[in-house]
Design a protein around this ligand. Sequence first.
Ligand code: ADP
Length: 416
Amino acid sequence: MLALLHRLDRLAEAGREMAERLRRQQAAIDSAARDDTERKRAEAALRDQVAFLSTLLDTIPSPIYYKDAAGFYLGCNRAFAAIHGRTVDEVVGRRAADLMGPALAGLDDNADTCLAALEDPFQVYETQIDFADGSRHDILFSKALYRQSDGSVGGLVGVMSDTTDRSRHEQQIAEARDRMARQAEELRRSNAELEQFAYVASHDLREPLRMVTSYLSLLQRRYEDRLDDDARDFIGFARDGATRMDRLILDLLDYSRVGRRSKAMAPIPVAEVIAAARHNLQVALAESAAILRVPPDLPVVPADDNELTRLFQNLIGNAVKYRSPGTVPEISIDWADEPGCWRFGVTDNGLGIAAEHFDRIFMVFQRLHGRGDYDGTGIGLAICRKIVEHHGGRIWVTSEPGRGSTFHFTLAKPAE
Ligand code: ADP
């Protein structure tokens, strides 16, 4: 009986041990299950992150790749695979030599070796590479080494920017600039030639003209008593024509002198220039009782003072000359400080000009009025335009027939 009790006791003991072992095993199984769930969760998070990163990479239009330290591609975005005519999977595991020609691959490998030796392992350089479609592109490479958690070099990341268009545009701009410089030089030369021609021609034309006039005078004096009225009239017309021609030639000479004989630009108070123009026009202004309004705060501008005086004189003179019959001419000058230039306006209350003539009146010998009505050769505004252009500006008119005109012009400010 005692033995039986003893055995039962041992059995109970063994049962407890077994239960304890089972409990421990269960605990170990539970813990392993918990670890497995953790691991699965961590793996899922990693997969999500990789998916996010590769989507992010694929949305970037610039080709991007990363390699291991031995030069094998670990990954890339679609843009990188596409320029080599591959899929992303086809790139992974390959090296530069598998994707491009030996020369370019050698260059790439060399650059990578240099990068690894750099203290600050970031590198930017420009090169050319051939795409799978055969086109050659200018590429700006940006490369950086990346390190692993133990500090060792894991490989490098490369980003490529296609600068072919930029290079092409830069080249086009440089070519256009070249072309413009050549044309400007050509224009300058042909202008100088033309001016020289106009000067010489008008100068030389005056000589034979003087001969015509003096022989006409001689004819008139010597044969006075033998000439009838008709002959006297004819000689008079011929002399008038010669005088007019002389005036035209003189005006043309004047026109050709603008810019040719000008002085270096110096700071000129516009108020002084207008005062000089007013002085030169005093007779016409007084005869017409014209009112000339000049603002008190006129600027000082870099200019040739003779040319600027001539400009204001022609415009104010025209404002008086082309006044409306029976009206006192009122002329106002205004100005504005604008970006890059000063703008001036000379406004009158005169005859006005129809819009279709706005451009024509600035051309040489173009007049809207007959000689019988208003004296002039039609060169005054052409001279104005030449003066303004010589000062880096432009001139234009706004007007309404019967209500007056405003002649606007700008003078360029010197480049800062
Ligand atoms: P000109 O006065 O010798 O004819 P311009 O070149 O100065 O030559 O002027 C050209 C033409 O423009 C003039 O014939 C005239 O018809 C017109 N014009 C110029 N200024 C004015 C003005 N302030 N008002 C109306 N017409 C004008």
